[in-house]
Design a protein. Structure first.
Length: 440
Protein backbone atom coordinates (compact mmCIF):
# COMPACT_ATOMS: atom_id res chain seq x y z
CA UNK A 1 0.00 0.00 0.00
CA UNK A 2 1.44 3.39 -1.02
CA UNK A 3 1.86 5.85 1.83
CA UNK A 4 0.17 9.20 1.35
CA UNK A 5 2.05 12.42 2.07
CA UNK A 6 0.87 15.98 2.69
CA UNK A 7 2.45 19.31 3.59
CA UNK A 8 1.28 21.62 6.37
CA UNK A 9 2.42 25.14 5.53
CA UNK A 10 2.81 27.12 8.76
CA UNK A 11 2.39 30.89 8.62
CA UNK A 12 1.00 32.70 11.69
CA UNK A 13 0.02 29.51 13.52
CA UNK A 14 3.27 28.46 15.19
CA UNK A 15 1.98 25.81 17.59
CA UNK A 16 0.99 22.16 17.78
CA UNK A 17 -1.98 22.44 20.18
CA UNK A 18 -5.39 23.23 18.68
CA UNK A 19 -3.99 23.49 15.17
CA UNK A 20 -6.78 22.31 12.82
CA UNK A 21 -4.59 22.11 9.72
CA UNK A 22 -1.92 20.04 11.48
CA UNK A 23 -4.30 17.82 13.47
CA UNK A 24 -6.53 17.02 10.49
CA UNK A 25 -3.61 16.36 8.15
CA UNK A 26 -1.86 14.07 10.65
CA UNK A 27 -5.08 12.09 11.03
CA UNK A 28 -5.68 11.78 7.28
CA UNK A 29 -2.17 11.17 5.88
CA UNK A 30 0.59 8.68 6.59
CA UNK A 31 3.41 11.20 6.19
CA UNK A 32 3.25 14.90 7.06
CA UNK A 33 5.81 17.59 6.20
CA UNK A 34 5.50 20.64 8.48
CA UNK A 35 6.94 23.55 6.49
CA UNK A 36 7.82 27.17 7.14
CA UNK A 37 9.13 29.39 4.36
CA UNK A 38 11.10 32.51 5.32
CA UNK A 39 10.03 35.07 2.75
CA UNK A 40 12.72 37.70 2.04
CA UNK A 41 9.94 40.09 0.98
CA UNK A 42 8.93 40.33 4.66
CA UNK A 43 12.45 40.56 6.09
CA UNK A 44 13.49 43.77 7.83
CA UNK A 45 10.02 45.15 8.46
CA UNK A 46 10.32 44.74 12.22
CA UNK A 47 13.49 43.45 13.90
CA UNK A 48 11.40 42.83 17.03
CA UNK A 49 8.91 40.60 15.26
CA UNK A 50 11.68 38.84 13.33
CA UNK A 51 13.35 37.88 16.61
CA UNK A 52 10.04 36.71 18.06
CA UNK A 53 9.31 34.72 14.90
CA UNK A 54 12.67 32.94 14.92
CA UNK A 55 12.31 32.08 18.61
CA UNK A 56 8.83 30.71 17.91
CA UNK A 57 10.08 28.64 14.99
CA UNK A 58 12.77 27.09 17.18
CA UNK A 59 10.12 26.18 19.77
CA UNK A 60 7.86 24.74 17.06
CA UNK A 61 10.70 22.62 15.71
CA UNK A 62 11.37 21.22 19.18
CA UNK A 63 7.67 20.41 19.70
CA UNK A 64 7.50 18.60 16.36
CA UNK A 65 10.70 16.65 17.08
CA UNK A 66 9.21 15.44 20.36
CA UNK A 67 6.44 13.93 18.24
CA UNK A 68 8.78 12.22 15.81
CA UNK A 69 8.67 14.89 13.12
CA UNK A 70 10.54 18.09 12.37
CA UNK A 71 10.04 21.56 10.96
CA UNK A 72 11.25 21.87 7.39
CA UNK A 73 12.61 25.34 6.72
CA UNK A 74 13.03 26.95 3.33
CA UNK A 75 13.97 30.45 2.15
CA UNK A 76 12.31 32.21 -0.77
CA UNK A 77 8.87 32.73 -2.26
CA UNK A 78 6.45 30.69 -0.09
CA UNK A 79 4.39 29.53 -3.07
CA UNK A 80 7.38 28.49 -5.18
CA UNK A 81 9.11 26.71 -2.29
CA UNK A 82 5.94 24.92 -1.13
CA UNK A 83 5.11 23.59 -4.58
CA UNK A 84 8.73 22.59 -5.14
CA UNK A 85 8.74 20.62 -1.89
CA UNK A 86 5.41 19.02 -2.78
CA UNK A 87 7.00 17.67 -5.97
CA UNK A 88 10.06 16.44 -4.07
CA UNK A 89 8.07 14.41 -1.54
CA UNK A 90 5.20 13.46 -3.85
CA UNK A 91 2.64 15.27 -1.70
CA UNK A 92 -1.00 14.69 -2.54
CA UNK A 93 -2.19 17.69 -0.53
CA UNK A 94 -1.21 20.95 1.15
CA UNK A 95 -2.90 22.32 4.28
CA UNK A 96 -2.87 25.99 5.26
CA UNK A 97 -4.53 28.14 7.93
CA UNK A 98 -6.74 30.78 6.32
CA UNK A 99 -5.70 34.41 6.83
CA UNK A 100 -7.19 37.77 5.85
CA UNK A 101 -4.40 40.22 4.96
CA UNK A 102 -3.82 41.22 1.36
CA UNK A 103 -0.44 39.46 1.41
CA UNK A 104 -1.95 36.25 2.83
CA UNK A 105 -4.85 36.24 0.39
CA UNK A 106 -2.51 36.73 -2.56
CA UNK A 107 -0.31 33.90 -1.27
CA UNK A 108 -3.31 31.58 -0.97
CA UNK A 109 -4.62 32.54 -4.43
CA UNK A 110 -1.25 31.90 -6.08
CA UNK A 111 -0.80 28.65 -4.16
CA UNK A 112 -4.24 27.46 -5.21
CA UNK A 113 -3.48 28.22 -8.87
CA UNK A 114 -0.14 26.38 -8.72
CA UNK A 115 -1.66 23.41 -6.89
CA UNK A 116 -4.31 23.13 -9.58
CA UNK A 117 -1.63 23.05 -12.28
CA UNK A 118 0.37 20.40 -10.40
CA UNK A 119 -2.73 18.42 -9.41
CA UNK A 120 -2.13 18.83 -5.72
CA UNK A 121 -5.11 19.41 -3.41
CA UNK A 122 -5.07 22.59 -1.29
CA UNK A 123 -7.27 22.91 1.77
CA UNK A 124 -7.51 25.86 4.11
CA UNK A 125 -8.44 25.57 7.79
CA UNK A 126 -9.60 27.86 10.61
CA UNK A 127 -7.37 28.58 13.57
CA UNK A 128 -6.31 32.24 13.51
CA UNK A 129 -9.55 33.40 15.14
CA UNK A 130 -12.21 31.95 17.42
CA UNK A 131 -14.95 32.40 14.80
CA UNK A 132 -13.94 32.36 11.16
CA UNK A 133 -14.20 35.65 9.24
CA UNK A 134 -17.36 35.50 7.15
CA UNK A 135 -19.06 32.95 9.40
CA UNK A 136 -21.21 35.70 10.92
CA UNK A 137 -22.97 38.21 8.67
CA UNK A 138 -25.73 40.72 9.39
CA UNK A 139 -28.88 40.82 7.35
CA UNK A 140 -28.23 42.72 4.15
CA UNK A 141 -24.44 42.94 4.57
CA UNK A 142 -21.30 40.93 4.02
CA UNK A 143 -19.74 41.75 7.41
CA UNK A 144 -20.44 43.54 10.68
CA UNK A 145 -19.43 47.20 10.66
CA UNK A 146 -20.32 47.83 14.33
CA UNK A 147 -18.86 45.85 17.20
CA UNK A 148 -21.83 45.49 19.58
CA UNK A 149 -24.11 43.49 17.25
CA UNK A 150 -21.10 41.43 16.16
CA UNK A 151 -20.30 40.67 19.80
CA UNK A 152 -23.86 39.49 20.40
CA UNK A 153 -23.75 37.20 17.36
CA UNK A 154 -20.23 35.99 18.23
CA UNK A 155 -21.17 35.18 21.83
CA UNK A 156 -24.13 33.10 20.72
CA UNK A 157 -22.33 31.30 17.90
CA UNK A 158 -21.38 27.66 18.24
CA UNK A 159 -17.58 27.48 18.37
CA UNK A 160 -15.64 24.65 16.79
CA UNK A 161 -14.20 21.94 19.02
CA UNK A 162 -10.73 22.55 20.46
CA UNK A 163 -8.25 19.99 19.12
CA UNK A 164 -5.46 18.17 20.92
CA UNK A 165 -1.93 18.23 19.57
CA UNK A 166 -1.13 15.25 17.32
CA UNK A 167 0.57 12.47 19.24
CA UNK A 168 2.88 11.67 16.35
CA UNK A 169 4.11 13.46 13.24
CA UNK A 170 5.73 11.13 10.69
CA UNK A 171 8.09 12.80 8.25
CA UNK A 172 8.96 11.14 4.92
CA UNK A 173 12.46 9.71 4.77
CA UNK A 174 15.22 11.78 3.17
CA UNK A 175 13.65 15.22 3.53
CA UNK A 176 16.22 17.99 3.98
CA UNK A 177 14.91 19.90 6.99
CA UNK A 178 17.10 22.99 6.65
CA UNK A 179 18.64 25.18 9.33
CA UNK A 180 16.86 27.82 11.35
CA UNK A 181 18.61 31.18 11.33
CA UNK A 182 19.77 32.46 14.70
CA UNK A 183 17.32 34.96 16.21
CA UNK A 184 18.44 38.54 15.47
CA UNK A 185 18.99 41.04 18.26
CA UNK A 186 15.78 42.96 17.70
CA UNK A 187 15.40 46.60 18.73
CA UNK A 188 13.56 46.40 22.07
CA UNK A 189 15.84 45.18 24.88
CA UNK A 190 12.97 44.13 27.16
CA UNK A 191 10.86 42.26 24.61
CA UNK A 192 9.33 38.94 25.71
CA UNK A 193 10.59 35.72 24.06
CA UNK A 194 8.51 33.84 21.51
CA UNK A 195 7.36 30.23 21.40
CA UNK A 196 4.39 28.02 22.27
CA UNK A 197 5.81 26.69 25.55
CA UNK A 198 6.47 30.23 26.76
CA UNK A 199 2.98 31.27 25.69
CA UNK A 200 1.30 28.42 27.55
CA UNK A 201 3.33 29.14 30.68
CA UNK A 202 2.33 32.80 30.60
CA UNK A 203 -1.33 31.92 30.10
CA UNK A 204 -1.26 29.53 33.08
CA UNK A 205 0.43 32.12 35.30
CA UNK A 206 -2.02 34.86 34.31
CA UNK A 207 -5.33 32.97 34.52
CA UNK A 208 -5.62 33.23 38.36
CA UNK A 209 -5.84 37.03 37.98
CA UNK A 210 -8.66 36.80 35.43
CA UNK A 211 -11.51 37.51 37.94
CA UNK A 212 -9.93 40.95 38.57
CA UNK A 213 -9.35 41.74 34.90
CA UNK A 214 -12.17 44.29 34.66
CA UNK A 215 -10.70 46.23 37.59
CA UNK A 216 -7.08 45.97 36.46
CA UNK A 217 -6.88 46.11 32.68
CA UNK A 218 -7.06 49.91 32.32
CA UNK A 219 -4.61 50.64 35.15
CA UNK A 220 -1.51 51.84 33.32
CA UNK A 221 0.90 51.39 36.22
CA UNK A 222 -0.70 48.19 37.50
CA UNK A 223 0.01 46.40 34.21
CA UNK A 224 -2.76 43.85 34.82
CA UNK A 225 -3.40 42.87 31.21
CA UNK A 226 -2.58 39.38 29.98
CA UNK A 227 0.22 40.44 27.61
CA UNK A 228 -0.70 37.45 25.45
CA UNK A 229 -1.21 39.51 22.28
CA UNK A 230 2.21 38.69 20.70
CA UNK A 231 1.52 34.98 21.19
CA UNK A 232 -1.92 35.30 19.63
CA UNK A 233 -0.53 37.33 16.74
CA UNK A 234 1.95 34.57 15.85
CA UNK A 235 -0.40 31.73 16.71
CA UNK A 236 1.79 30.42 19.53
CA UNK A 237 -1.53 30.27 21.34
CA UNK A 238 -4.86 29.31 19.84
CA UNK A 239 -7.35 32.15 20.40
CA UNK A 240 -10.06 29.51 20.83
CA UNK A 241 -8.02 27.77 23.55
CA UNK A 242 -7.49 31.11 25.33
CA UNK A 243 -11.19 31.95 25.15
CA UNK A 244 -12.10 28.49 26.42
CA UNK A 245 -9.61 28.78 29.27
CA UNK A 246 -11.13 32.13 30.25
CA UNK A 247 -14.58 30.56 30.39
CA UNK A 248 -17.39 33.12 30.48
CA UNK A 249 -18.10 34.38 26.95
CA UNK A 250 -19.51 37.58 28.31
CA UNK A 251 -16.50 38.45 30.46
CA UNK A 252 -14.51 41.64 29.76
CA UNK A 253 -11.42 39.62 28.80
CA UNK A 254 -13.23 37.38 26.32
CA UNK A 255 -14.81 40.54 24.92
CA UNK A 256 -11.28 41.67 24.01
CA UNK A 257 -10.74 38.41 22.11
CA UNK A 258 -13.99 39.15 20.29
CA UNK A 259 -12.63 42.58 19.30
CA UNK A 260 -9.72 40.74 17.69
CA UNK A 261 -12.10 38.54 15.69
CA UNK A 262 -14.15 41.61 14.79
CA UNK A 263 -11.22 43.30 13.04
CA UNK A 264 -10.33 40.10 11.24
CA UNK A 265 -13.78 39.93 9.69
CA UNK A 266 -13.58 43.66 8.83
CA UNK A 267 -10.21 43.14 7.15
CA UNK A 268 -11.52 40.09 5.31
CA UNK A 269 -14.15 42.36 3.75
CA UNK A 270 -11.90 45.44 3.45
CA UNK A 271 -8.29 44.32 2.87
CA UNK A 272 -7.13 47.94 2.33
CA UNK A 273 -7.66 48.67 6.02
CA UNK A 274 -4.00 49.59 6.52
CA UNK A 275 -3.90 52.15 3.72
CA UNK A 276 -7.37 53.56 3.05
CA UNK A 277 -10.11 55.02 5.24
CA UNK A 278 -12.71 52.39 6.02
CA UNK A 279 -15.59 54.79 6.69
CA UNK A 280 -17.10 56.30 3.58
CA UNK A 281 -16.93 60.08 3.59
CA UNK A 282 -14.44 60.23 6.46
CA UNK A 283 -12.77 63.63 6.68
CA UNK A 284 -9.05 63.22 6.01
CA UNK A 285 -7.78 66.78 6.30
CA UNK A 286 -4.53 65.74 7.91
CA UNK A 287 -1.43 67.86 8.14
CA UNK A 288 2.13 66.56 7.69
CA UNK A 289 4.97 67.56 10.00
CA UNK A 290 8.08 65.37 10.05
CA UNK A 291 9.47 67.00 13.21
CA UNK A 292 6.24 66.47 15.14
CA UNK A 293 6.01 62.87 13.94
CA UNK A 294 9.62 62.25 15.04
CA UNK A 295 8.97 63.79 18.48
CA UNK A 296 5.93 61.53 18.92
CA UNK A 297 7.82 58.45 17.71
CA UNK A 298 10.74 59.06 20.08
CA UNK A 299 8.63 59.96 23.12
CA UNK A 300 9.62 63.61 23.43
CA UNK A 301 6.35 65.45 22.84
CA UNK A 302 6.34 67.11 26.26
CA UNK A 303 3.05 65.36 27.09
CA UNK A 304 4.13 62.89 29.79
CA UNK A 305 1.59 60.09 29.33
CA UNK A 306 2.16 60.11 25.57
CA UNK A 307 5.92 60.00 25.97
CA UNK A 308 5.63 57.22 28.55
CA UNK A 309 3.61 55.07 26.15
CA UNK A 310 5.96 55.61 23.23
CA UNK A 311 9.02 54.84 25.36
CA UNK A 312 7.42 51.66 26.66
CA UNK A 313 6.81 50.68 23.04
CA UNK A 314 10.48 51.13 22.14
CA UNK A 315 11.76 49.35 25.25
CA UNK A 316 9.40 46.36 25.26
CA UNK A 317 8.00 46.02 21.76
CA UNK A 318 4.64 46.29 23.46
CA UNK A 319 2.43 49.03 24.86
CA UNK A 320 -0.45 48.98 27.31
CA UNK A 321 -3.75 49.10 25.41
CA UNK A 322 -4.95 52.26 27.15
CA UNK A 323 -1.65 53.92 26.26
CA UNK A 324 -2.14 52.87 22.64
CA UNK A 325 -5.45 54.72 22.57
CA UNK A 326 -3.93 57.79 24.22
CA UNK A 327 -0.85 57.97 21.98
CA UNK A 328 -2.84 57.36 18.79
CA UNK A 329 -5.46 59.90 19.83
CA UNK A 330 -2.77 62.48 20.54
CA UNK A 331 -1.14 62.00 17.12
CA UNK A 332 -4.38 62.25 15.17
CA UNK A 333 -6.62 64.47 17.32
CA UNK A 334 -4.17 66.82 19.07
CA UNK A 335 -1.44 67.07 16.41
CA UNK A 336 -3.79 66.50 13.45
CA UNK A 337 -1.33 64.11 11.78
CA UNK A 338 -2.29 61.29 9.42
CA UNK A 339 -2.97 57.94 11.10
CA UNK A 340 -1.04 55.95 8.47
CA UNK A 341 2.47 56.96 9.65
CA UNK A 342 1.28 56.05 13.15
CA UNK A 343 0.29 52.61 11.92
CA UNK A 344 3.76 52.22 10.39
CA UNK A 345 5.56 53.21 13.61
CA UNK A 346 3.52 50.77 15.67
CA UNK A 347 3.98 48.10 13.03
CA UNK A 348 7.76 48.48 13.21
CA UNK A 349 8.00 48.11 16.98
CA UNK A 350 5.09 45.95 18.13
CA UNK A 351 5.60 42.23 18.63
CA UNK A 352 1.84 41.87 18.15
CA UNK A 353 1.64 44.22 15.16
CA UNK A 354 -0.64 42.81 12.49
CA UNK A 355 -2.64 44.33 9.66
CA UNK A 356 -6.13 43.72 11.04
CA UNK A 357 -5.83 44.83 14.66
CA UNK A 358 -3.12 47.47 14.34
CA UNK A 359 -4.85 49.20 11.43
CA UNK A 360 -8.39 48.64 12.70
CA UNK A 361 -7.69 50.19 16.08
CA UNK A 362 -5.83 53.12 14.55
CA UNK A 363 -8.73 53.85 12.25
CA UNK A 364 -11.14 53.61 15.19
CA UNK A 365 -9.16 56.28 17.07
CA UNK A 366 -8.67 58.47 13.99
CA UNK A 367 -12.40 58.52 13.21
CA UNK A 368 -11.98 56.85 9.83
CA UNK A 369 -12.91 53.34 10.94
CA UNK A 370 -15.59 51.39 12.80
CA UNK A 371 -16.30 53.87 15.58
CA UNK A 372 -19.96 54.89 15.82
CA UNK A 373 -18.73 58.20 17.30
CA UNK A 374 -16.06 59.17 14.75
CA UNK A 375 -15.54 62.64 16.20
CA UNK A 376 -14.69 61.53 19.74
CA UNK A 377 -11.53 63.04 21.21
CA UNK A 378 -8.92 61.77 23.65
CA UNK A 379 -7.89 64.37 26.21
CA UNK A 380 -4.43 63.01 27.19
CA UNK A 381 -4.36 64.76 30.57
CA UNK A 382 -7.81 63.55 31.55
CA UNK A 383 -6.93 60.04 30.41
CA UNK A 384 -3.68 60.13 32.39
CA UNK A 385 -5.39 61.40 35.53
CA UNK A 386 -7.99 58.66 35.30
CA UNK A 387 -5.79 55.68 34.39
CA UNK A 388 -2.51 56.73 36.05
CA UNK A 389 -3.88 58.76 38.98
CA UNK A 390 -0.68 58.98 41.02
CA UNK A 391 1.65 59.21 38.00
CA UNK A 392 3.53 55.95 38.62
CA UNK A 393 3.36 54.87 34.96
CA UNK A 394 4.72 58.21 33.76
CA UNK A 395 7.55 58.29 36.30
CA UNK A 396 8.50 54.72 35.33
CA UNK A 397 9.03 55.61 31.67
CA UNK A 398 9.88 59.33 31.83
CA UNK A 399 12.65 59.51 34.44
CA UNK A 400 13.15 63.23 33.74
CA UNK A 401 9.94 63.73 35.76
CA UNK A 402 10.73 61.27 38.56
CA UNK A 403 11.03 64.06 41.12
CA UNK A 404 7.54 65.43 40.39
CA UNK A 405 5.10 64.03 42.93
CA UNK A 406 1.55 62.85 42.38
CA UNK A 407 -0.70 63.81 39.50
CA UNK A 408 1.21 67.05 38.94
CA UNK A 409 3.53 64.93 36.79
CA UNK A 410 0.85 64.86 34.08
CA UNK A 411 0.99 68.64 33.53
CA UNK A 412 4.59 69.80 33.91
CA UNK A 413 3.75 73.02 32.03
CA UNK A 414 1.73 74.08 35.10
CA UNK A 415 4.59 73.64 37.56
CA UNK A 416 6.17 76.78 39.06
CA UNK A 417 8.76 78.33 36.75
CA UNK A 418 11.62 77.64 39.16
CA UNK A 419 10.72 73.92 39.19
CA UNK A 420 10.08 73.67 35.47
CA UNK A 421 13.49 75.17 34.67
CA UNK A 422 15.21 72.32 36.54
CA UNK A 423 13.55 69.63 34.39
CA UNK A 424 15.29 68.32 31.30
CA UNK A 425 11.95 67.93 29.54
CA UNK A 426 10.54 69.64 26.44
CA UNK A 427 7.49 71.93 26.36
CA UNK A 428 4.24 70.30 25.28
CA UNK A 429 3.78 69.96 21.53
CA UNK A 430 0.47 70.83 19.87
CA UNK A 431 -0.74 71.65 16.38
CA UNK A 432 0.22 75.16 15.18
CA UNK A 433 -2.49 77.68 16.00
CA UNK A 434 -4.39 75.30 18.27
CA UNK A 435 -5.21 75.87 21.92
CA UNK A 436 -6.13 72.42 23.25
CA UNK A 437 -8.15 72.56 26.46
CA UNK A 438 -5.86 70.05 28.17
CA UNK A 439 -2.87 72.40 27.74
CA UNK A 440 -4.49 75.33 29.54
Amino acid sequence: MTSRTAIVLFTRDLRVHDHPALATTCAAFDRVVPLYVLDPALAGRSPNRTRFLHQSLAALREALRKRGGDLVVRHGDPVVETVKLAEEVGAAGIALSADVSRYARRRERRLRDDCRRHRVALRTFPGLTVVEPGALTPGGGDHYRVFSPYHRAWSGHRWRAELAAPRRVSLPAGVRVGRLPAPPAGESPDAVPGGEDEARRRLSRWLPTLPRYDDLHDDLAGDGTSRLSPYLRWGCLSPLAVANAAGDRGSPFVRQICWRDFYYQVTDAFPDIGARAYRRGAAEDWRYDDDALAAWTEGRTGVPVVDAGMRQLRAQGWMHNRARLITAGYLTRSLGLDWRPGVAVFFRWLLDGDVANNSGNWQWVAGTGNDTRPYRSFNPVRQAQRYDPDGAYVRRWVPELAAVDGRAVHQPWRLPDEVRRTLDYPPALSAPGSDPVWLR
